[in-house]
Design a binder for this molecule. Structure first.
Ligand code: T4K
Length: 382
């Protein structure tokens, strides 16, 4: 087996043929409209809303600025309940708005915020819940909605991983008051950098669009201290092309997901998440969880051995957000309250998954995982 010629990363962006992108670039060069709600921007908003089945979408320069703006447009303040098991952008968006993050543990099935632990964390200062559809698997949205209604809280879903995910026959982004998406290079739909906010009414979209353009409501009026977080025309044009291949790419990810499930099944000490019910998933990530006692070597040792053999998985999400020094002093960061999050964060490795991943490469990854704990000779050439 000498097929592994170059490193295998956790993700590899899909891109259209360069030839197909050139006419779009020519149009941009011709029109000289580079940004500020140009024609590609408008077209991508329209096509994405149709494709995803969502009412209103506003494009952003990235998902993080989408999160920051989502909180701003809803006037969120005080304390917000969120998960420690996420990328740090989730809670950074709170700090950018002078909001105190309150970390609540996750549930073990999908590693999403555990609704049953939310109510105990609500205080008179709580204004919202910020859950994450981790790895694209839907949160327990009905239960979260019930709790939010009962306590008059807003719900902002960080759906950075959940592009194209449907739950109960509709986009998972239709749940909550607002959802945000990321179109970063590592995501299932990328515009190199990029993101979006999805909301339910035209007025909220209008306010969001003001906020992403410095707060300008007209040439002479500013409605709030907005920021510049607009997506430019090159990114929007790329998005239009990317949309054409998204379904086919999702099928390839699905096949890889199935292959992993079938072939990792039975390796003692290695587990993975179940397929979520009533969901059309996007197979954005393939996390495995290493039980050191059962598997024989630790998660970190497996992670390092994989790297030594050219396989660059990632420990999404380790450390927990609440363990970073800038967050560890919050009362809610106390790990005694975050036991499940802590446990999964110490067990997880996200394996490579992307449309161009070859069967031989997946085979190799599985071969390594099934061999390392038995000190089998892994005989492969980089
Ligand atoms: N909320 C959640 C739950 C998120 O996960 C994220 C982002 C956000 C919010 C914020 O959305 P954005 O503001 O980013 O739109 C990556 C991404 O930078 C980040 O977008 C993502 N989550 C996070 C989970 O992962 P890193 O530091 O792991 O990325 P990096 O550069 O190490 O990339 C991983 C691998 O992908 C590389 O080893 C090689 C490959 N790669 C990466 C890039 C950037 C490529 O092949 N080409 C590339 O251009 O954070």
């Amino acid at each position: 087996m000498d097929y592994l010629k170059s490193p295998i990363y956790v993700s590899k962006p899909s891109l259209p043929d360069l030839q197909d992108f050139l006419p779009y670039l020519e149009q941009i060069w011709e029109s000289k409209i580079l940004t500020n709600n140009g024609s590609f921007h408008k077209q991508l908003e329209k096509e994405l809303a149709e494709y995803l089945g969502v009412p209103y979408i506003s494009l952003f320069a990235n998902g993080t600025l989408g999160l920051v703006t989502a909180l701003q447009v809803l006037g969120i303040s005080g304390e917000v309940i969120t998960t420690p098991f996420s990328f740090v952008a989730t809670s950074h968006s709170l700090l950018w708005n002078n909001i105190k993050p309150v970390f609540v543990d996750v549930e073990p099935e999908f590693c999403n915020l555990d609704p049953e632990k939310i109510e105990a964390a609500i205080t008179s200062n709580t204004t919202a819940i910020l859950p994450v559809h981790v790895y694209g698997n839907p949160c327990k949205v009905e239960r979260i909605e019930e709790i939010a209604k009962k306590h008059s809280l807003k719900v902002i879903y960080d759906a950075a991983h959940a592009f194209g995910v449907n739950y109960e026959d509709q986009s998972v982004c239709n749940y909550g008051d607002i959802s945000i998406l990321s179109f970063h290079a590592t995501k299932v739909f990328n515009t190199m950098e990029g993101g979006a906010i999805i909301c339910h009414d035209a007025n909220t979209k209008k306010q969001i669009d003001f906020l992403k353009n410095f707060g300008f409501a007209s040439e002479t009026t500013i409605m709030a201290c907005g920021i510049n977080s607009k997506m430019n025309e090159m990114q929007a044009a790329l998005g239009l092309l990317q949309l054409q291949s998204h379904s086919a790419n999702n099928e390839k990810r699905k096949a890889i997901d199935h292959f992993y499930r079938k072939n990792l099944n039975g390796i003692k000490g290695i587990s993975f998440l179940a397929q979520p019910k009533n969901t059309v998933p996007n197979h954005a990530y393939f996390p495995i969880f290493v039980d050191e006692k059962e598997y024989g070597i630790s998660r970190d040792m497996l992670y390092e051995k994989l790297k030594e053999n050219g396989i660059y998985g990632r420990r999404y999400f380790y450390p927990l957000i609440s363990e970073f020094s800038m967050y560890e002093n919050y009362e809610s960061a106390n790990s005694a309250n975050l036991l499940i999050a802590k446990e999964v964060s110490q067990m997880v490795i996200c394996l490579p998954i992307y449309p161009d991943l070859k069967l031989a490469e997946i085979d190799y990854i599985i071969h390594c995982i099934s061999g390392f704990n038995q000190e089998k000779e892994i005989n492969l050439i980089l």
